[in-house]
Design a protein. Structure first.
Length: 289
């Protein structure tokens, strides 16, 4: 468990990319996907690689998962597309990366660097180079993206009542840079990213607070699952309707949480709307690999 001594009676975890900041589309379309195409030799099916990667990372129930599982899902789905099979372009599926993911809890570059140094495995080395290239692209590309309207006001309203954490699968260096750029880091107790563990790990801190006093604010099903696993409440930021979601959080959700009338019918209505936003099934035909 991440060590944190409560200062307040409430705990609030907030995801960053696509939740606090409108950076998901920018990062994936301009940083992640071009590097996937380059490092995994998908130039011959780049149209489909882009479509699949956008679906996995932005428009499906996999939205917001760690970059390495997302990469594997993208390659697996791409291998199952008839259009890709018809072109005869080989789609790599790095088995060594999948094996590393199955045994490693902290799915970040430091752990992968260690695995590469110990094994010399070419598949792991390629995945590491891809991940480093993504980070370089993000550092170069992503700046000047402000938080969604009502994020700052929500943090200000919570700051003297709750311990606020950034709970993300993004590398911590990028998180710190983005939260500091816009002066939001002053409101949070800790900035937790992929090197420190998973969102489920971070929200285990809810055990230090009274029942009903921990809340996760997120934009992806994985955020909700991490909250459920730790008996925390969940307020969804709906993809494609983020501004209205944050306004609703500021104007009603935040106070309901602090007053103890968030759980039950109110939360269920939010979750039902959230679930409709992201499909599990792709809009194209997928065959067996």
């Amino acid at each position: 468990m991440i060590d944190l001594t409560p200062k307040h009676d409430f705990l609030v975890g907030i995801d960053s990319d696509g939740c606090a900041f409108d950076t998901m589309e920018l990062k994936h379309k301009e940083c992640f996907i071009p590097n996937i195409i380059y490092y995994f030799n998908l130039q011959g099916v780049s149209k489909y690689a882009r479509e699949v990667a956008e679906f996995v990372n932005l428009y499906s129930k996999s939205r917001g998962i760690n970059r390495f599982p997302a990469l594997i899902e993208t390659l697996q789905r791409l291998r199952r597309r008839p259009e890709v099979k018809a072109r005869g372009v080989p789609i790599p599926l790095p088995e060594s990366l999948m094996q590393w993911m199955s045994r490693e809890k902290k799915l970040g570059n430091p752990a992968l660097e260690k695995a590469v140094a110990e094994s010399g495995n070419a598949e792991l080395a390629r995945a590491l180079e891809w991940s480093k290239a993504v980070n370089r692209s993000v550092e170069w590309m992503v700046h000047g993206v402000p938080p969604f309207p009502c994020v700052r006001e929500s943090l200000q309203a919570l700051a003297d009542k709750a311990d606020i954490l950034v709970v993300s699968a993004t590398p911590e260096e990028a998180l710190r840079r983005e939260w500091q750029e816009h002066g939001l880091d002053v409101y949070v107790r800790a900035i937790l990213g992929q090197e420190s563990g998973t969102k489920k790990d971070f929200l285990a801190l809810a055990a230090k607070y009274p029942s009903g006093h921990a809340l996760m604010v997120g934009d992806a099903p994985g955020d909700h699952q991490a909250a459920v696993a730790n008996h925390a409440l969940f307020f969804p930021i709906n993809p494609g309707d983020e501004e209205a979601s944050w306004r609703r959080f500021l104007e009603e959700g935040l106070q309901r949480f602090l007053q103890g009338n968030f759980a039950g019918e109110y939360q269920q209505a939010l979750l039902a709307e959230f679930d409709r936003r992201l499909p599990a099934q792709a809009p194209w035909v997928e065959e067996s690999a």
